[in-house]
Design a protein around this ligand. Structure first.
Ligand SMILES: Cc1ncc(COP(=O)(O)O)c(C=O)c1O
Length: 375
């Protein structure tokens, strides 16, 4: 791209109050923007237990190679074996959720495929679809009647159809109906990919596992950067797909494998997953508490989870409100287009098990004040 065009685009973003810049994460704030939903990442004791457990192992900070050369360390193979035991599916560890979604879709689907995707699916899913060159159709967010209309129209035309959904949607905090998707799959015979980025951990081993529908789902992507308190992603699939990705998946083959130290942490968290129940219960309790409080203040949200979005509207207003809240000690960022549709800029509150009712109460009071006073 020419320099003049880059400068022009950046100045347009500034004019639209949609310019992004990196900000220092400062501990002095009460953080309402963290995806460490269970609070595992902040837990020093847990970290201490991890280092104690692995103190005699030579855990390196780099794998210094791709998985297909010398990067498949015993700890990675152990983790994948453990995953296969839990989920009863073949698994592969990827370096990120972004890579996992993109690689899976671009490797297993092609020009002759049809991919039907929830309109609000994550950017990594869209990138994968674009790279696959498949035909893309989007159904209205969580509207399964619309999805079925598309299926009725196109099922006879394509013999390779993929439907993609997330479990919990990160920008609205609402949830997909996985059982409904599975029902539609049994009626129309498409392949189904579910992204569990915002449900892994919060719902134990994930929603598909908890709802006992794993056998009926072709691909499950589990990014670990949220409640997983780590980096990387698990992909659950059948044996043939795994074999094919190992041989053809560019984002799996041509990249350095995750460092053994991170992989050991992933395994450690996975093995303790069932022990985090009290954190899950607390998160549910706090989420209900905040939604009730918002309701009392007549502040609307469509969220049904611990991600609570409050649509403000224009960029300028949402910027000002979040700036004022930061000045009052709350770390909360505005979410704007293209992440969400134009004119629906919002504040995305991300609750974690480390928040308290008192923190939430004070925050909602301040939020209400700002909504009433910033125009
Ligand atoms: C639904 C969803 N899928 C995938 C990703 C990407 O995962 P990662 O951060 O591990 O690249 C994210 C966010 O980061 C996400 O919200």
């Amino acid at each position: 791209m020419k320099k003049e065009r880059i400068i022009k685009e950046l100045s347009e973003l500034k004019k639209d109050e949609n310019y992004r810049s990196l900000k220092l994460t400062d501990k002095k704030y009460i953080n309402f923007s963290s995806n460490d939903y269970l609070g595992l990442n902040e837990d020093k004791e847990l970290r201490g237990e991890f280092f104690q457990k692995f103190k005699d192992e030579d855990l390196l900070f780099s794998s210094s190679s791709s998985r297909l050369l010398s990067g498949s360390y015993p700890i990675i193979m152990k983790l994948e074996k453990k995953l296969e035991k839990i989920y009863n599916k073949k698994t592969l560890l990827f370096n990120s959720g972004y890579d996992a979604n993109t690689c899976l879709i671009e490797t297993l689907f092609s020009k002759t495929s049809l991919i039907i995707s929830d309109r609000y699916n994550h950017s990594s899913i869209y990138s994968g679809i674009k790279a696959s060159e498949a035909k893309l159709l989007r159904y209205r967010h969580l509207d399964y009647n619309h999805l079925e209309e598309i299926l009725k129209k196109y099922s006879s035309e394509y013999d390779d159809i993929l439907v993609v959904s997330e479990t919990v949607y990160s920008m609205d905090g609402d949830r997909a109906n996985i059982k409904k998707l599975v029902q539609l799959k049994s009626k129309y015979g498409f392949k189904l990919l579910i992204d569990e980025a915002h449900s892994f951990g919060v719902l134990g081993y994930g929603e598909c596992y908890e709802a006992d529908v794993l056998d009926l789902i072709d691909y499950v992507v589990i990014p670990l950067g949220k409640a997983g308190s780590s980096i990387g992603a698990y992909v659950l699939m059948d044996e043939l797909s795994k074999e094919y990705i190992i041989n053809k998946g560019r984002k799996f083959i041509y990249t350095t494998a995750l460092p053994p130290i991170n992989v050991a942490w992933n395994l450690f968290i996975l093995e303790k997953m069932e022990k985090f129940n009290f954190r899950r219960k607390r998160l549910i309790e706090l989420s209900i508490y905040m939604r009730n409080l918002l309701n009392e203040y007549k502040i609307e949200t469509i969220s049904s989870t611990n991600i609570i979005s409050i649509v403000i509207g224009e960029n300028q207003r949402v910027n000002k409100i979040s700036e004022n809240l930061r000045e009052k000690g709350y770390l909360i960022y505005p979410i704007k287009e293209p992440t969400v549709p134009k004119g629906t800029a919002r504040l995305r509150v991300s609750l974690t098990a480390l928040h308290t009712k008192e923190m939430i109460q004070k925050f909602v009071k301040e939020l209400n004040y700002e909504i009433d006073n910033v125009f």
